[in-house]
Design a protein. Sequence first.
Length: 385
Amino acid sequence: MVPALLVLFYLLAAALIVFLCNRYKWMNTFGPILWAYGIGLILGSLHLLPEGSAKVQSSISDIAVPLAIPLLLFSLDFKKWVKLAKKTFLSMLTAFVGVVGAITIGFFIFKSSIPEANKIAGMLSGVYTGGTPNMFALKTALNVDNNVFILAQTFDMVVCAIYLLFLMSGAKRLLHLILPKFKKTGVIDQTGIAFEEEAEFDSYTGFFLKRNFWPAIGALGLAVVIMAIGVGAMTITPQNSKMIVIILTITTLGIAGSFIPKISRIKKSFQLGMYLIVVFSMAIASMADIKVLFTMTNGLFFFVAIAVFGSFIIQALLSSLLKIDADTTIITSTAFIFSPPFIPVVAGSLKNKEVIISGITVGIIGYAIGNYLGVSLSYLLGLIM
């Protein structure tokens, strides 16, 4: 009885957080995931949950992410990649090199002081090319310790808050010292990719309408089938590769589903996937203890800081060589470091709507490649340790 009630608690608590964040702007400023983490950390640190909760929490964290990945990928239009403007594509490559380069530098600096630094590097490369869902997926795929994961996520939030402030304030003026200014075309859609205003990444408005709810439940059923296929693939692979196989199988099948029109047109599948990420966030955070977390820093904060700000420096230098303008450089960095929901916010600070579509598209690509990159980089760096 207790396990069932605990699962129900996590599901309802996550739903309440999502509802309140959509209802009140001041709450949505922090976002559902941050609220879920905060509440989870309080529950875990004060030991407010009943004994034996760890098994339920672990089961939730093991199931939520594999279910969420296909739901997040179904609605992303990968066919539009080929329509990326040349300049945006080049800028995306510089952002990619910046992230991988900075994380690799951080790895060599901290590999002797941070246990399993290659796994941290893989996880950071996933979140800083894709987004938070990739970080969660790679935590599972690479078997990252729960406490280390929570601490990395906490430092990520702190560093990224500082970085976002920098991008929205002094970054443009600084980059204009070495990069050209953006030349406006008067055409908002540079890439030919249509982006519907109503399809906001964090909006659950209309989720329970009949035309949205039942198709979303159907997408969830398909995600269950995909997860089952992933589990099947996992059972025939060596023990040390099982979680990697299931995550990459699910990612690949989720991308494949996005090419089927009936699946890709389901409007609220992305939001349902993000809801599951909120459930995961609260479950995993409630397994941690703040007192334990802050005895484990070992340079992890500086590793995260190098990954974020180092990627910007490398990207800026490469952009200078390729003569990519400042606005495009900033928006592609935003797309990788923060993911699509932050694109309109930063574009607004740049006073440049023309970069919105390009930024969103780059962020979508990041969602798709993040898991593959994270696993690959972790293994490559692991060979060096």
